[in-house]
Design a protein around this ligand. Sequence first.
Ligand code: NAD
Length: 411
Amino acid sequence: MSANPLDTALYTLKQAAELAEIDPKVTELLSVPKRTMEFTFPMRMDNGEVRIFTAYRVHWCDALGNFKDGTRFTGNLTLDELKALALWMTIKHGVGGIPAGGGKGGIVVDPGELSNWELERLSRSFMRHLPMKGAWVDVPGADIGTSEQTQAWMLDEYESITGCHSPAAVNDKPAAVSGTLGSAEATGRGVYYVFEQVVKDFGFSKDCSVAVQGFGKVGSVLAELLNKDGYKVTATSDIYGGIYSPDGIDCALLAEHVSKTGSVVDFPGTKPVSNEELLELEADILVPAAVQSVIGKENAPQIKAKMIIEAANGPVTPEAEEYLQGKKIPVIPDVLANVGGATVCHFERIQGLTDEYWDLDRVNKQLKDWILKAYAQMITTAEQKNTTYRMAAWMNALLKIEASVKKRGWV
Ligand code: NAD
């Protein structure tokens, strides 16, 4: 299997489609994007020079609803990466029961090289030049290199162009600009709800140990929620290295340490471990919450955890999953475990369309209901079809998409 994420996504699509007996014409349709857009635009930099930027937006499949999802501002952005992510989002929306299609886009730029004024002009330019947009067309959200602030600028630009308020046209906005409460922590919180259910369903006890690779937006929220609920997080990490304490780490204090020092490294009372060692520790549940492909066929035999919950996108390669399946180490897949962010984006859209804004309890309660419903459907399909949780989640999504594609008469 190549390291190209699009190849991995298409491989999983093919496997799940065969298992679910999806009409081959539907699989063929889902194996290519509906459209890819590459566009360029000039922008004057602070020093007076004009720079030409390259941007993309990929629309995969909109059988379940209009296109939606993130915008990356990264220096090494590729069209294949965006295609893979747009396909993943198509599936993730299907898994989560979210009436939306899969989209993904971005600009080839390292935002760290830009001043704040340049970042604002760039975000506004992206929105101005984006060929298709609007609450019922394509709704860009945040991703790597973008933030609540870039999304607020994008919405403001969209509203300036159209001359009307349209809060549902952009996602991941701050609550002050018609966003939703609970958005920043939605993905980590969703993983936490899945974790709680896994503990019940798979016979773990409250004193089980958990290793969380990555203490970023997703990992830190999850780790702190686990701690608050009395679970023992024995290891965590960031790009600079990891920390380990068999008695458990105080994750609220760790968050303070990270905001002072910029890293989890050297947190008092813990031993250093590398990111590779963290994955191989004696922990009951392992949650990779950093980057893709960290568990491959080389290190899969060293995994000692009894269960893996994928908070990151694609942390376990298909080869590694095959090995882990043989060892009876279940993997709860990314498309289910981290669907909390996409779910709350959908709630943001509902609030924007109705102009009725929810309190945080309502957001969190609905998130829990939605993600646990999707989880239960995944467990049922896995049992009925005697397959992995990843296959089951993808099958559920594909069956929903197939029903819509066929009723629409597309194939
Ligand atoms: P983040 O950038 O906030 O945090 C990533 C963490 O991983 C940081 O602690 C970082 O230092 C660490 N890290 C980065 N590169 C690493 C490496 N090579 N080895 C080990 N650690 C490394 O990102 P995030 O938003 O928390 O996202 C984490 C994962 O979850 C990603 O795979 C992302 O695609 C996925 N995800 C995030 C969201 C979301 O809402 N933020 C939603 C769905 C999926």
